[in-house]
Structures are given as structure tokens and as C-alpha cells.
Design a protein around this ligand. Structure first.
Ligand code: DP6
Length: 326
């Protein structure tokens, strides 16, 4: 096949990935665990263009240049090396999440690109191999290949670092968008700075391993309360290790902190939610399915609040899919 389209969804980590052991292979310092969502998809078409001189990439109708385009070309170089091909490709991508605002658009982006490019270049990869391929574009993309709750094993080399599904109780998430502006420091850059300058970094690595082990146990036990407690404390630890960088980086805005506080007081009132936030000011709150709508309504006081659920993993996308009701 010389053209292929795929769609993937962002994921929100409950145990976060923050820091690389290997920059080239994108091996993380610790494993992580996330929920792939059923909203904000990225749809990407890869078409092989034998007559073109170079790759081209457009996102949301705008031709990308500079670092963004380079990242796509580097990724395609890796796909071409696997496929034994040297044909350039045209990549056309549309993204329904606000790019760069901490809603993991790079996760959905590289999961969709990995799936479409793997098809277009005829690699025919199975799920674990596809997750490893997506990881090479953006670490968190390894998890967006997987539907629902995914664990990304840190692994010790390229072949052992991939994401796979985990059984977990059914849950929903409320995404509270308090700000859609592009983040000031990219995750990639901020991870480097954290590793190089944050005095808490060694403790972050060991405590993340512990959080992940506890989270795996909580998922296996179907213990939503424990899952939530680990999620919230782990998120605050990530923001603490980042804020301790030099120069410091602070992703949480006053409005984000207000959402964390509101979630804590709603818990007292019997709406059981637990907050987390990625490298940006927006807050994601996991909640029991039966409390989802009540929580969404309460949190809409802080910004646009959307109730989402577990979504499918990355998959090929055909014209028939786009005609199906959403
Ligand atoms: C805070 O996957 O975007 O969302 O591997 O450098 O592309 P790169 O980083 P990226 O970082 C995601 C960081 C996070 C936490 C998480 O998703 O686990």
C-alpha cells in the first residue's frame, strides 16, 4: 500500500513518564501507566511520493517547517530504515486537541503517524512493535497505540520498552481546559533540565517505580480510590521535581491549583475524583463513571470541562469510518 490513514487518541498518564535513560531510543527512566481517551483524536495520512525530493508535513492545513518538520522526517527515516526504503512521503495530519497545551497531542500524533507510516511502507507491525515504533517519535505515544489503560514498561533496550493493555476498573475523566496557549518549555527540553539540575531527580525516579508497582496492584484489585490517591500524589510529585529545576519551570497556573482544590473539596461531598496535570496548566480528573457528569458540571466553573472515557487504540482509518456517527 502506498497511502494509509490512521487515527489515534491522546492518553493521560496516571503514573507519569518524566525523564529519559536514552535520548536516541527514547527509553524512560521508569515505567508509566495511562488512560487512552475517546476524544481529541489525530488523523494522519501518509502517502509515498517517489517523485518528490523530500518529505512534506502539514498539520491542520498549515505546512510545517523547522523543528516540527525535522522531527517527522527523523521519524520517517527510522521507518524507512526498518522497511529498507528510501522513498519520501507526504504526511497530512489533523489534530482535534489544542496543540502544545499539555493535552498530549504529540502522543496521539506519533501514534497515528507510526500506524499510518507502518502501513504505507508495508511494515505490517503487530501491537508491541507498533508501540515501540511510536515511542521513537514521542515517548508517551507508545501508550496511545493501546486502548484504555496502558502500562509502558521502561524496559532495558529497544525491544523491551513498549506499552500494553492492563485490566483496570471502568473510569471516566473530566478534562478541564483552563488555558489553550502553547506551553513555554517543551516536555523534551524540560525533562533534560530536570535531569540535569533538579536535586530531587534521583528520588523522583525511585518513587515513580514504587508508584507504578502500587498502581499495578490497585488496578488488579479494581480499587478506584487507591488508583486515584496514587494518581494525585504522583502528579504533584512530578510538578515538584520540575519546579525544583534551575532555572525553575512551573506548568501549573493559579487556575490549575484552584481545580485541584475544588476536586479535593468535591471528594468531601461524595463526588470522588482525583486530579492530575501534564506539562501544562490543564487538569485531568479521574472519576467513577456514576459521578462523571456531576463532576463535569462542577468543574465547568473553571474552564471548558469535557467528560471523556476510555478510548480505542491507534487504528487504520478509512473513509467509511468518517461517515459513521461519532
Ligand atoms: C508530562 O512524550 O511528550 O505528558 O518523549 O520527549 O516526546 P518526549 O516527551 P512526551 O512527554 C510526556 C510527558 C508527560 C507525562 C506522560 O505523558 O507520561
Amino acid at each position: 500500500m502506498t497511502t494509509a490513514t490512521a487515527r489515534a487518541f491522546p492518553n493521560i498518564a496516571l503514573v507519569k513518564y518524566w525523564g529519559k535513560r536514552d535520548e536516541e531510543l527514547i527509553l524512560p527512566v521508569a515505567g508509566s501507566l495511562s488512560l487512552t481517551l475517546d476524544a481529541f483524536p489525530t488523523t494522519t495520512t501518509v502517502t509515498l511520493t517517489p517523485d518528490a525530493q523530500a518529505d512534506s508535513f502539514s498539520l491542520g492545513g498549515d505546512v510545517a517547517t523547522g523543528e516540527t518538520a525535522l522531527r517527522v522526517t527523523r521519524f520517517l527515516d527510522h521507518v524507512r530504515a526498518l522497511a529498507g526504503a528510501d522513498v519520501p512521503a507526504q504526511v497530512v495530519s489533523t489534530n482535534e486537541a489544542p496543540t502544545g497545551a499539555g493535552l498530549a497531542s504529540s502522543a496521539a500524533g506519533f501514534a497515528a503517524l507510526a500506524t499510518a507510516a507502518s502501513d504505507a511502507y508495508g511494515l505490517g507491525l503487530e501491537a508491541n512493535a507498533l508501540s515501540r515504533l511510536a515511542r521513537r517519535g514521542s515517548g508517551s505515544a507508545a501508550r496511545s497505540i493501546v486502548p484504555g489503560v496502558a502500562i509502558w514498561h521502561a524496559g532495558h533496550d529497544d525491544s523491551t520498552s513498549f506499552a500494553e493493555p492492563v485490566d483496570a476498573p471502568d473510569m471516566r475523566m473530566v478534562i478541564v481546559t483552563v488555558d489553550t496557549a502553547q506551553k513555554a518549555v517543551s516536555s523534551r527540553e524540560a525533562m533534560r533540565r530536570t535531569a540535569a539540575t533538579s536535586p530531587f531527580y534521583p528520588a523522583w525516579i525511585t518513587s515513580t517505580e514504587q508508584s507504578l508497582a502500587d498502581m499495578v496492584d490497585a488496578c488488579a484489585a479494581g480499587d478506584f480510590t487507591r488508583i486515584g490517591e496514587i494518581t494525585e500524589s504522583h502528579a504533584l510529585r512530578m510538578h515538584a521535581v520540575i519546579q525544583a529545576c534551575e532555572p525553575p519551570i512551573r506548568y501549573l497556573a493559579p487556575a490549575s491549583v484552584a481545580v485541584f482544590d475544588a476536586v479535593a473539596s468535591l471528594r468531601e461531598q461524595g463526588i470522588e475524583g482525583y486530579a492530575t496535570a501534564d506539562a501544562g496548566p490543564n487538569v485531568a480528573v479521574i472519576v467513577r463513571p456514576e459521578h462523571g457528569e456531576a463532576l463535569r458540571e462542577e468543574l465547568s466553573a473553571f474552564g471548558s470541562a469535557r467528560l471523556v472515557g476510555p478510548g480505542p487504540g491507534a487504528a487504520p482509518f478509512t473513509a467509511a469510518d468518517s461517515e459513521a456517527p461519532a
